[in-house]
Design a binder for this molecule. Structure first.
Ligand code: MN
Length: 251
């Protein structure tokens, strides 16, 4: 295994062996951001992650679930002081979720405003078919110096990627995303190597023999290496370095 790996967006609590996979990340030394889809999952994720060196839990409200979760934004807001990491949050304007788009925007606005007030948060943001509204809202409600934004599995246009880079956003890329020629081209031509992190988005992507596990993030590292014409070792060192810079305090 080359150096250390970074899986900056993985749903550890959606694996049948949740506790085991948290332990696995720690044993393998994979820096993992355990994102959540509802603040109701926070306590357990936080509890397990706080016993590890490499896993951190993020507090989320998933945009695809806002219409099913009930009124959990107050709970989300109450829990925010317990963590520096926020995710999965964002907007989803794909056909099956467009119905809740207004509700998603209300919630995302509260998320951004709370983060702006709280200061120094790191957000993992979903933006399916909604890169422009996500960037508009980030620009309007989250002053750049107050937090750091990581766009998870970005799928927008080249112009949107360029705008995100100019706004100071980071990108967590996965192997499936890099298999898409258009996206690989955008990453390569628009995103600077020092703004790139890797992710699996497991269990929603495939790895070796089934749902991707954090160790499968090596596939994403190799894809980044291929896109930028560097070795896998250089890519993994760069990505760990990027993550450490991202984690460094804003103030
Ligand atoms: Mn996800």
């Amino acid at each position: 295994m080359p150096e250390r790996l970074v899986d900056f967006h993985c749903h550890l609590d959606l694996y049948p062996d949740f506790e085991n996979i948290v332990r696995e990340c720690d044993q393998l030394g994979i820096y993992t951001l355990a994102v959540t889809t509802t603040p109701r999952a926070w306590q357990r994720n936080h509890e397990l992650a706080s016993r590890t060196k490499y896993v951190r839990a993020a507090l989320g409200i998933h945009p695809q679930l806002v219409d099913k979760l009930g009124d959990v934004i107050d709970l989300w807001e109450r829990l925010l002081p317990e963590t520096r990491y926020v995710g999965e949050v964002g907007l989803d304007a794909s056909p099956s979720h467009y119905r809740s788009f207004e509700q998603q925007q209300k919630i995302f606005r509260r998320v951004l405003e709370s983060c702006a007030l709280a200061d120094d948060k790191i957000l993992s943001i979903h933006s399916v078919r909604a890169a422009t509204p996500v960037l508009d809202m980030v620009e309007r409600h989250l002053p750049r110096e107050r937090s750091k934004v990581v766009l998870h599995w970005f799928s927008g246009s080249k112009a949107e990627a360029r705008r995100a880079v100019a706004m100071g956003c980071w990108f967590s890329v996965n192997a499936a995303m890099m298999q898409n020629e258009r996206m690989a081209g955008i990453v390569k031509s628009v995103v600077p190597l020092d703004r790139i992190l890797t992710e699996t988005d497991g269990p929603f992507t495939q790895g070796g023999g089934g749902p991707a596990r954090p160790s499968d993030v090596l596939d994403a590292v190799q894809a980044v290496a291929g896109a930028f014409g560097i070795t896998t070792r250089q890519a993994s060192q760069q990505i760990v370095g990027n993550m450490k810079l991202l984690m460094a305090a804003t103030i």
